[in-house]
Design a protein around this ligand. Structure first.
Ligand code: NZQ
Ligand code: ZN
Length: 385
């Protein structure tokens, strides 16, 4: 097991009716700005519940954060925060709204060009406006982590930043708020969570049996609950299990002492930046292809995964790995999510060239061995047609 430092300060108020805890969670004299997306919270009643809980508080609103939140929109929000001297933000929505709020929180007091928060990895942030979340879509784990991913329309880039200053102060998680999710977003959330776990698991066997089993517990929960949420979308317990699984998928715990990969995400972000494909769908395409490409390096962990998750007992290890990867694809397909670029109208060789060139320009390489560079990404994407 590798050395690690773990700290997660996010207070979580989980369960039916927990929005009623908002008055106690919000600082007394705060000047609050509620930030939300394209309007789903107005249709499903979440907005009304939040506003009722804010009775007697000073607050304004900023709506219109889209999926894959745009830098350009966030800057409008930053201007509003500065003008109104807002000192507490409340994100009400999915990962896009929460990520946008993290960026707005960091950019509002930032003295330089805000884009550098994203484009200059490791840049020093001195402060951020505190914020809380009301989660409506279990997927990204953003409600319990310190990461944010922002897209810039003008340059077709999608970049991330991370800072302990942007941990949410609290996250309200009411599984009933997810009853209104369309099937496409439910599937996306399950797959995004699945791939987060795998980015922290599918590397080497690193003498971390507790963390391995914690990761496998999240995966088993997803596999069990996925068909149930499709069959019974109003089942509270199923929604609760999916919501807590998503938070646990990326709140830092599974990565403790482990090697991490994240190459699937880095390639996936480029597919979204160039072609607008949903985040989770980009991952469903890349993950199986990346495993096939890296099957030698990941051999021992792929075998562990095959045996423990799918109970594949074959003595022929190569066959067991093939079957485990195929069953992973079957799981994504069972959620009506394709693992082929052609099904999203994307030409594999064009995408492979564009992403190779971008990785080369930035001189980056990802994965647990830092060897998924432009050339490797090209090879992987070429098998995803
Ligand atoms: O905008 P509204 O109207 O709210 O609609 C949203 C949006 O259209 C809708 N929705 C959300 N909750 C709903 C609902 N519709 C009905 N009922 C509800 N309860 O769902 C659509 C998608 O929402 P979005 O927030 O974009 O989805 P998600 O949570 O999957 O977030 C994706 C973003 O998070 C980033 C992704 O790259 C992407 O930009 N990620 C963030 C991470 C992090 N911060 O750690 C890690 C991830 O790997 C990921 O990269
Ligand atoms: Zn993700």
């Amino acid at each position: 097991m590798d050395n690690f430092s773990y700290w997660n300060p996010v207070r979580t108020a989980f369960g039916k009716g927990s929005v009623s805890q908002l008055p106690n969670l919000l600082p007394r004299e705060a000047k609050i700005m509620i930030v939300y997306g394209g309007g789903s919270i107005k249709k499903n009643g979440v907005y009304n519940q939040v506003v009722s809980a804010l009775k007697g508080r000073q607050f304004s609103e900023f709506g219109g954060i889209g999926p894959n939140p745009l830098y350009e929109t966030c800057i409008e929000a930053v201007n509003k925060v500065r003008e109104e001297k807002v000192n507490f933000l409340l994100a009400v929505g999915g990962g896009s709204v929460i990520d946008a709020v993290k960026f707005i929180a960091a950019a509002s007091p930032f003295k330089g060009e805000p884009w550098s928060i994203l484009s200059e990895p490791g840049i020093m942030l001195n402060s951020a406006i505190p914020f809380g979340c009301v989660l409506t879509l279990p997927a990204t784990g953003s409600e319990m982590n310190a990461n944010s991913v922002i897209s810039r329309a003008s340059t077709m880039e999608k970049l991330h930043f991370s800072s302990p200053l942007v941990y949410p102060r609290f996250s309200v998680m009411d599984p009933e708020f997810t009853f209104s999710l369309p099937p496409r977003q439910v599937a996306n959330g399950i797959i995004d969570t699945f791939v987060h776990v795998m980015e922290q698991y599918m590397t080497i066997v690193n003498n971390a049996p507790l963390q391995d089993r914690q990761a496998e517990a999240v995966i088993n929960t997803l596999i069990e609950e996925a068909p149930r949420v499709v069959a019974e979308p109003k089942n509270y317990d199923v929604r609760a299990n999916l919501m807590w699984a998503a938070s646990n998928g990326l709140n830092g715990l599974l990565a403790c002492g482990q090697k991490e990969d994240w190459a699937t995400h880095m390639i996936g972000h480029e597919l979204t930046a160039f072609y607008g494909i949903d985040h989770a769908r980009s991952l469903a395409v890349i993950l199986p292809a990346l495993w096939r490409y890296k099957r030698k390096d990941k051999h021992d962990k792929l075998i562990q995964y095959a045996r423990r998750i799918f109970a594949i007992q074959s003595d022929n290890e190569e066959r067991a790995i093939d079957e485990a990867i195929n069953r992973t694809e079957d799981f994504f397909n069972s959620l009506d999510v394709s693992t082929h670029l052609a099904d999203y109208g994307i030409n594999a060789s064009e995408a492979a060239s564009k992403i190779r060139d971008r990785f080369d320009q930035r001189s980056v390489a990802f994965g647990e061995n830092a060897d998924i560079d432009g050339a490797a990404a090209y090879e992987i994407i070429m098998t995803c047609a």
